[in-house]
Design a protein around this ligand. Structure first.
Ligand code: CP
Length: 329
């Protein structure tokens, strides 16, 4: 039984350590052993999803508040599904119709929901580090789960990407992952780089100079910058294409999508020319015809995009289960 196996995992030191952290702010909060426990829990949650059972009854005492200050399809829907799969209840706050529009602060919004019984806040926000700041002032029985902050972190995306690649390659030690495109504005890239390096994978980044972080940040990231896309993908195990973040581009940046497409688009011709056997990931939403061609995005032999989305529900179930295991029914 999946639920019995979950209860066994919760007894492990690593699961108890994850639980004692209370929050999910970014992947650097976890040790490699804890990441392995998150992956093991995700595998069980996926097994549960595959059997299409009724919601679990372990977590009915939990009430999750979804607060999305930026648009989202995948993350918001999968956090909601994950919580309901676990048997928790979900409150989706419609930010545009809430008192946030009247100027209410995030702190007041959070405490208002907590007063109503919410014990976990899933937050997406354009402001960097806002979930981390909030987590420091909340009562000790409330968890914050970061669903993406500014350009800083998107921990559940990195965890689901890691899980998806591990399903194919097993241990990712020394596997080469090339991240292509708008690294500068990407919280997905930042969380992925932290996680992949922690788990001893080789990471290269590739993209136009205008879409690269500054030299100091690249040095801190400790990743290899490969300017030649064909060289990068030739020996890659996985290629992760990133969305060009139109909403975060400065108006004076003058990025030509046509030039980007010519030099950095991942497509069948380029993969064949480079004799690449890499599988393709993309966090979504895809700017079709820019980062990837339609044909490649929809190629079920090479593209992992739909698998990533499905795994996203399981990884979010796993994270909430591990954080909620201190307050079962
Ligand atoms: N990958 C991702 O964060 O997608 P959404 O913006 O749709 O949640």
């Amino acid at each position: 039984m999946v639920q019995d196996q979950l209860l066994e995992i919760f007894k492990s030191k690593s699961a108890r350590d994850i639980n004692s952290k209370r929050h999910l702010i970014d992947v650097d909060n976890f040790t490699p052993d804890e990441i392995k426990t998150i992956m093991q829990t995700t595998k069980l949650c996926l097994k549960w999803m595959d059997t299409k059972l009724a919601p679990m009854n372990l977590f009915a005492a939990n009430l999750v508040g979804n607060l999305f200050f930026e648009n989202s399809t995948r993350t918001r829907s999968s956090f909601e599904l994950a919580a309901t799969n676990l048997g928790a209840r979900v409150l989706n706050l419609d930010i545009d119709k809430s008192s946030v529009v009247k100027g209410e602060t995030l702190e007041d919004t959070a405490f208002t929901l907590i007063s109503m019984g919410v014990n976990a806040l899933v937050i997406r926000h354009s402001q960097d580090h806002i979930q981390s700041d909030l987590s420091k002032i909340l009562p000790s029985d409330v968890s914050v789960l970061n669903a993406g902050d500014g350009i800083t972190a998107h921990p559940t995306q990195a965890l689901l990407d890691f899980f998806t690649m591990s399903q194919i390659a097993g241990d990712l030690t020394d596997k080469k992952i090339v991240i292509v495109g708008d690294i500068k504005h990407s919280r997905v890239a930042r969380s992925n780089i932290l996680l992949l390096k922690k788990m001893k994978a080789k990471v290269e980044v590739c993209g136009p100079q205008k879409l690269m972080p500054g030299a100091d940040e690249l040095k801190r990231m400790d990743v290899f910058v490969q300017e030649d896309l064909n060289a990068a993908i030739a020996s890659a195990d996985f290629v992760m294409a990133l969305r060009i973040q139109k909403e975060r581009l400065q108006s004076d940046m003058q990025l030509s999508f046509e030039d980007f497409q010519k030099q950095y688009q991942i497509n069948h011709e380029r993969l064949e020319q480079a004799k690449s056997k890499a599988k393709i990931l993309h966090p979504g939403p895809v700017n079709r015809g820019v980062e990837l061609t339609d044909q490649l995005a929809d190629d079920s032999k090479l593209s992992l995009i739909r698998t990533q989305v499905r795994n996203g529900v399981a990884v979010r179930m796993a994270m909430m289960a591990l954080l909620f295991s201190r307050r079962p029914c």
